[in-house]
Write a protein of this length. Structure first.
Length: 270
């Protein structure tokens, strides 16, 4: 999906089931609030639990988030404190609904990374190992922290950031929506004037592409169809990487997982 918005704002999104899975357990959304085109919702979710279980969970969470966003009073988006509280609460409510669902006796769940662009601030919520990046003129910066075993290894200096992609335990997350009666997403506040764009991706992208590669694809003069290029690189054009001789590190094949990306770019960056 590709959208031109007012003043040449761009919102792009794309998902691909990858090369090894029969269905796509990722879900995504990009929405504009019906009362103001300045208010936007961007979100990606990566289902866990296998096959239809993960697909159900990610779709359910995205659909419920959309319902909340489209019906929320426009005044909420004027206050970063109120918006943070409401977003935190709605994610907890969605988690409880998914946890209690009859379908969920088999413990399906999902990651969620979402960004709600308000009038002056952007509120980001994250649970799991999907990611949000801020885009500037010449760089990208990861805003979220992965809720995963390997991210903890990275924080303790046991592996490098890039080696997260190759670690044999990189599929083990420590938090998600739906597995427990309560969940506690991380909520971040970002000033709108501190970035030129936002990029949200599932781990099917970040497992196959380094931050440097993503930066190369995003920070360029030609800004149309960036997510198409990101997904194509992650799924179809990944090249083998030289990794150190370590039993805990393995090569990452292209298209190893479902891959999803959502991108919002402001006019001044285009």
């Amino acid at each position: 999906m590709f959208k031109f918005l007012k003043k040449k704002e761009i919102i792009e999104s794309k998902t691909d089931k990858g090369l090894y899975k029969d269905n796509n357990e990722d879900s995504k959304t990009t929405l504009i609030h019906p009362m103001s085109s300045d208010i936007k919702l961007l979100a990606v979710a990566d289902g866990v639990g296998g096959s239809a279980k993960g697909e159900y969970a990610s779709n359910f969470v995205i659909q419920e988030l959309e319902k909340w966003f489209l019906s929320e009073d426009i005044k909420t988006f004027n206050s970063s404190m109120l918006l943070s509280k409401k977003l935190h609460n709605i994610i907890q409510n969605i988690n409880k609904e998914l946890y209690d669902a009859e379908y969920n006796k088999s413990q399906c769940g999902t990651t969620l990374t979402c960004a709600v662009v308000g009038f002056k601030t952007t509120i980001i919520a994250n649970i799991g190992d999907s990611r949000a990046y801020a885009v500037t003129n010449d760089d990208i910066k990861q805003l979220t922290r992965d809720d995963s075993i390997v991210w903890e290894y990275y924080e303790h200096g046991e592996i490098t950031k890039d080696e997260i992609r190759f670690h044999v335990f990189n599929n083990i997350i420590t938090k998600c929506i739906g597995h427990h009666e309560e969940c506690n997403p991380t909520i971040l506040k970002v000033n709108n004037d501190s970035y030129n764009g936002l990029l949200l991706v599932t781990d099917g992208v970040t497992d196959c592409l380094s931050d440097e590669k993503i930066k190369f694809l995003v920070v360029r003069k030609h800004h149309r169809y960036i997510v198409n290029q990101i997904i194509n690189e992650a799924v179809y054009h990944h090249q083998r990487n030289e990794i150190r001789n370590d039993d805990l590190l393995q090569d990452v094949p292209n298209g190893k997982d479902n891959a999803t990306a959502v991108l919002f770019l402001k006019p001044k960056y285009n």
